[in-house]
Design a protein around this ligand. Structure first.
Ligand SMILES: *Cc1c(COP(=O)(O)O)cnc(C)c1O
Length: 429
């Protein structure tokens, strides 16, 4: 081989790139064909129900064989406004045609107006745009630690954040470090230090866990992945009081509970509580693009200065345009009201099933956790049976089913979910 010459010349060398022949773009109407491909080539980090979706319209989804279902999961609440929401699709299409990415090396005509309206809706001075929920939580953790070091005066490296048992805040290595779900955590060490785990809903446990190095309490106002676990009345207000008194940030992860799901704009609003820091995600992207944000007042957010945090896609024009429209939609209150109204219908139907195959139900807005009587079937089995009845839902923690249909679901959609559930549990209407 001839001497390739000095390194700086190598970029000019001719490289032969062999074209890759991709397998045909063949399609099929046989669900199993897609299931086999996905199982062979996509990592098995989920255990999907055996349904292959191809199309969605509001709360109705259609599989590759043409069978329709009511979507009672709504992308874990990322689809609060339904599939193919006309307003959101139109805004996205217009933005696609004009500009999709600037990077924050430059200003964007879509960020300022969106940031103004989002902060107005939530009642904070400033927002920081990220993409996924886990990134927003990571950002909030960094924010709390830096605030602790620079404003509160905790020695850097000693900052502690109090978190809750049964939490779900995402999947990064730092976040799973303080998960209490063995499945989410096992094998991923070494774990990030600096977190103290206390019992959810127990304000005294928070008080007892506070040290001079505590910088924040991070919690979900309602634990979503935990199974729609609603803390005792007054808990959030008490956390607010303790954190204010102790000069600690109260950080509410509203990624799943926020943006209308519970019948209010934020789940914290139900108790009239205003946290110091909010994380938003999921529905913020309208089911179209991953969009998340951290919100805080200026006296906290100011610790992020040039070069201290960032994201290539965070605050991109397409995301901003879609999220801005989501904010405008929520400003009217109509979706929160719809969540209350449809939620009431759902709650009434579910309560009638307690003792009839359901051990307990927890409902807030259009969001429900149902504990299945495990002597009848597991949560997974119930979801498979619901699927056969034309309703898609997801089990969590063995025996719990979470229902979170789009806030735009119709009265008939909710009735269909209840009918299917009665059929699965063998209860006569
Ligand atoms: C889904 C969720 C996250 C993580 O969001 P991703 O977009 O999946 O990273 C964080 N916190 C809560 C409360 C969630 O429900």
């Amino acid at each position: 081989m001839p001497d390739p010459g000095p390194l700086s010349y190598r970029g000019g060398m001719t490289q032969t790139v062999n074209p890759v022949t991709l397998p045909s773009d063949e399609t099929s109407t046989d669900p199993q064909w897609y299931i086999d491909l996905e199982d062979k080539h996509a990592a098995h980090n989920y255990g999907p129900l055996p349904v292959v979706l191809a199309q969605g319209e509001n709360a109705t989804v259609t599989d590759v064989a043409g069978k329709t279902y009511v979507d009672a999961l709504a992308g874990y609440s990322a689809l609060n406004f339904g599939h193919g929401n006309e307003r959101l699709i139109q805004v996205a299409q217009e933005q696609l045609a004009s500009m999709t990415l600037t990077s924050r090396a430059f200003y964007s005509d879509q960020l300022g107006p969106y940031a103004r309206d989002l902060t107005t809706l939530i009642g904070k001075d400033m927002m920081l745009p990220m993409n996924t929920g886990a990134e927003a939580v990571e950002t909030a953790i960094k924010l709390a630690r830096k605030w602790g070091a620079e404003v509160k005066g905790v020695e850097n490296g000693k900052q502690e954040i109090i978190v809750m048992e049964g939490n779900f805040h995402g999947r990064t290595s730092t976040i799973v470090s303080f998960s209490t779900d063995e499945e989410a955590r096992a094998g991923y060490g070494p774990y990030t230090a600096g977190f103290t785990i206390v019992e959810y809903g127990n304000a005294q446990a928070i008080r007892d866990a506070i040290t001079e190095n505590t910088v924040a309490v991070l919690l979900e106002p309602i634990q979503g992945e935990g199974g729609v676990v609603i803390p005792p009345e007054g808990f959030l207000a008490e956390v607010r009081e303790i954190t204010r008194e102790q000069n600690i940030l109260m950080m509410a992860d509203e990624i799943q509970s926020g943006l209308g799901r519970t019948g209010t704009t934020l789940a914290c609003h139900y108790e009239g509580v205003d946290a110091d820091v909010y994380t938003l995600g999921k529905a913020l992207g309208g089911g179209i693009v991953p969009v998340s944000a951290v919100l805080a007042d200026e006296d906290v957010m100011k610790v992020f200065t040039k070069g201290t945090h960032g994201s290539t896609f965070g605050g991109n024009p397409l995301a901003n345009a879609v999220a801005h429209e989501v904010v405008k939609m929520l400003a009217s209150g109509e979706f929160q009201n719809a969540a209350q109204e449809r939620g009431k219908q759902l709650a009434e139907g579910l309560e009638a099933l307690v003792g009839e195959g359901l051990v307990a139900v927890r409902v807030r807005g259009l969001w429900a956790g149902l504990d299945i009587d495990t002597s009848l079937m597991t949560g997974r089995e119930a979801c498979e049976k619901l699927m056969a009845e034309g309703v898609l839902a997801k089990d969590t923690h063995g025996s719990t089913i979470r229902l979170a249909p789009p806030l735009t679901a119709t009265e008939a959609d909710i009735e269909e979910i209840l009918r299917a559930l009665r059929a699965v549990l063998g209860v006569d209407a």
